[in-house]
Design a protein around this ligand. Structure first.
Ligand code: MLT
Length: 262
C-alpha cells in the first residue's frame, strides 16, 4: 500500500487478502519482525507491516515521540480503508496505546504482544539515557549485542540462525533512529489508567521467559482491560513473533477471526 506521510511517499509492505491487520514493530527493529507471522496469517487476512519513521521503508523523520509514531500508524490505519485489527509488539504496543487514546473508529480489535502500559521509572529513564550515549559514541553494534539476550530466551540464543536474523535487523537501523526510539520510550506517558477505557476486544500475549514485559506484569495488565483475553507463549522470550511464530500466528489469527467484523 502506498501512502503519503510528512511529505514523503512511502510503501507499506502488504500481503494476503481479506480483513486487514496492521502489525506495529518494536525497538530496535523494523517491520521484518512480523515476516514469519505475516506469511502464516496472509492466507486469512490482508496483513500490513509498516516500518515506523526512520527505517528503510519509511524515510520520514523519526520525531522522537510516541505521539509522532502514532501519527504515522494512524495514517496507515486510515489509509487501509476497512475495519482494522491492530497489533503492537513491545514499543509497538506503546505506539498503539497512544493511537487508541485517540479512539480511531476503524480499529475494531487490538492485540498487545510482549508490551506494558506503565511509563519508565527513574532507573529506566537513566538506562535509556545511557543507551543514547552509547549509540552516539559507538554506533548500533553495542546496542545489538546488549539487546539480543533481552529479546530472545536462553533457548532462542542457542539458535544461531535466529540470532543472526535479529542481529541483521538491528544493525540496519541508523544511530539516529535508535536514539529517536530511546527518547520516545524514555518520555512515553503512563497508559495504565487508560486500560480500563479500552472498549474493543483485546488480546494480551506474552512469552513465558519475557524479561522486559514479564508474564506477571502482562497478566495484570490484561486484568485491567475489560473482557481482555490473556495468553502466555511457552518457551518464548520477549520477541515471540520471531521466536515462536506458529504459536503467535495461531493466537492472533483465531482472535482477529472472532473479533473483526466480516
Ligand atoms: C522493545 O522491544 O520494543 C523494547 O525493548 C521495549 C522497551 O525497552 O521498553
Amino acid at each position: 500500500m502506498r501512502l503519503k506521510f510528512m511529505g514523503q511517499s512511502l510503501e507499506v509492505r502488504e500481503s494476503g487478502a481479506g480483513r486487514t491487520l496492521v502489525l506495529v514493530h518494536g525497538y530496535p527493529l523494523d517491520g521484518a519482525v512480523w515476516s514469519s507471522l505475516s506469511r502464516r496469517l496472509s492466507d486469512r487476512f490482508r496483513v500490513l507491516k509498516p516500518d515506523l519513521p526512520g527505517r528503510i521503508d519509511n524515510p520520514a523523520d523519526p520525531a522522537s515521540s510516541m505521539a509522532s509514531y502514532a501519527d504515522f500508524i494512524e495514517k496507515v490505519v486510515e489509509s487501509a480503508d476497512s475495519p482494522v485489527g491492530l497489533a503492537g509488539f513491545s514499543m509497538g504496543g506503546y505506539v498503539c496505546f497512544e493511537l487508541m487514546k485517540r479512539r480511531p473508529s476503524s480499529v475494531h480489535a487490538l492485540a498487545l504482544v510482549d508490551t506494558r502500559a506503565n511509563a519508565d521509572d527513574e532507573t529506566g529513564r537513566a538506562n535509556r539515557q545511557a543507551a543514547i550515549a552509547t549509540v552516539r559514541a559507538e554506533g548500533v553494534g553495542p546496542i545489538a549485542e546488549a539487546m539480543l539476550p533481552k529479546l530472545l530466551s536462553p533457548d532462542g540464543m542457542k539458535r544461531a540462525e535466529l540470532v543472526e536474523r535479529v542481529r541483521r535487523i538491528i544493525l540496519r537501523q541508523s544511530p539516529q533512529t535508535i536514539e529517536s526510539d530511546l527518547a520516545a520510550m524514555r518520555d512515553r506517558p503512563d497508559s495504565t489508567d487508560f486500560l480500563a477505557h479500552l472498549a474493543i476486544p483485546t488480546l494480551v500475549v506474552v512469552g513465558e521467559h519475557d524479561t522486559i514485559s514479564s508474564p506477571a506484569e502482562s497478566r495484570a495488565m490484561s486484568q485491567k482491560i475489560p473482557g481482555a483475553r490473556f495468553l502466555e507463549i511457552a518457551g518464548a522470550g520477549h520477541l515471540t513473533p520471531l521466536e515462536k511464530p506458529a504459536a503467535v500466528a495461531q493466537a492472533l489469527g483465531d482472535f482477529f477471526s472472532d473479533a473483526l467484523p466480516r
